[in-house]
Design a protein around this ligand. Structure first.
Ligand code: APR
Length: 311
């Protein structure tokens, strides 16, 4: 059996956590340790065994364990935090602020204690504020902390452009900046399909529909599912970020990271383009925004500043 020298810790083994365990093990990336509440642990052990029973079919050897003891995350190179509550129909991500803040406060201290050198990816919503709280309570470096926003939102933006143009999503390149919420900023000005600006392929009205659907995609899924929120696409988007770190890919992925002056934003986690490599968040890439985009970013910044006062 291949000896796994790499370890990834998943804090939260719910919908997104178990999808991550599947994606990590399918590619044999690392040993997986899932941490969850004691009352949930049997069910998660069941999921872990189910995924491990895939080994003979998939030809992989990843060990997956579940525990409520944080000392089991020692040595993890990556910690992915999905612990907390997802939204229900009619809720915004911000409605989860109070409850998930309590979760992140306790989780951050445990992660800082047992895996202080890990690259930490957060998915718990509202994610920008959860990153801010994690940074404050863990005391870990800003280069180690990143939140899932643009990878997922840009993925949805890419999907909707692909669906409208009838061209493969692989050829769509675009970015969503700002907070991971209803005022996120899908950048239409820079979106292309195979290098061709989308304005030459789609009408203004079609583009506006895509922008709105991108902003609402999370809610559209919550409303359709009826019980829980998106988990396959968030887990896949997280894996892009994790793989960029593990294999030093230098990917440019808009993500929630700590801005300290970039884009005129100070001491606030918000979605901006950044380079992810072996150094974690290696660099925030600054680009010129037009007046509308920059005004929208400021609106997002102000809303997040309101949240920060509650941490
Ligand atoms: N410590 C560890 N695990 C916890 C804690 C805690 N303090 N509190 C809750 N959990 C666990 C739950 O027991 C559950 O297994 O977190 C898991 C959350 O899983 P789901 O409820 O299935 O939620 P999921 O769909 O995975 O979303 C998780 O990510 O994208 C965000 O909005 C989403 O905030 C939500 C989070």
């Amino acid at each position: 059996m291949r000896v796994h020298t790499r370890k990834i810790a998943l804090i939260g083994g719910g919908q997104i956590g178990s999808a991550l365990a599947l994606l990590i093990s399918q590619k044999d990336h690392a040993e997986v340790v899932i941490i969850d509440l004691p009352q949930a642990i049997d069910s998660i052990k069941g999921k872990a065994l189910d995924i491990m029973a895939m080994r003979p079919h998939a030809g992989v050897d990843v060990p997956i364990t579940a525990s409520s003891d944080y000392s089991d995350i020692a040595g993890a190179e990556v910690v992915i935090i999905t612990a907390g509550v997802p939204r229900k129909a009619g809720m915004t991500r911000n409605d989860l602020l109070d409850i998930n803040l309590g979760v992140i406060k306790s989780v951050s201290k445990e992660v800082a204690k047992h895996a202080p050198n890990a690259f930490v990816v957060l998915s718990t919503n509202p994610v920008d504020t959860m990153c801010q709280a994690f940074h404050k309570y863990s005391g870990m470096d800003k280069s180690q902390i990143i939140g899932l926003s643009g990878a997922l939102d840009s993925g949805r933006f890419r999907l909707f452009i692909a669906m409208k143009t009838g061209i493969s999503a692989k050829d769509v390149s675009c970015m969503v900046m700002g907070g991971h919420g209803p005022t996120m900023i899908p950048l239409t000005r820079t979106a292309t399909v195979g290098g061709i600006p989308i304005q030459t392929l789609l009408s203004d009205q079609q583009i506006e529909e895509i922008v709105q659907r991108t902003r609402d995609a999370g809610s559209e899924i919550v409303n359709l599912m009826g019980n829980g929120s998106a988990y396959i696409s968030p887990a896949s988007a997280i894996m892009e970020m994790v793989v960029a770190y593990l294999y030093n890919k230098k990917r440019l992925i808009a993500s929630s990271v700590l801005c300290e002056g970039e884009y005129g934003i100070d001491n606030c986690f918000i979605g901006v383009p950044c380079i992810i490599g072996a150094g974690g968040v290696e660099k925030i890439v600054e680009m010129e925004l037009n007046k509308t985009e920059s005004d929208q970013l400021q609106i997002n910044y102000r809303a997040l500043q309101d949240n920060i006062t509650q941490i």
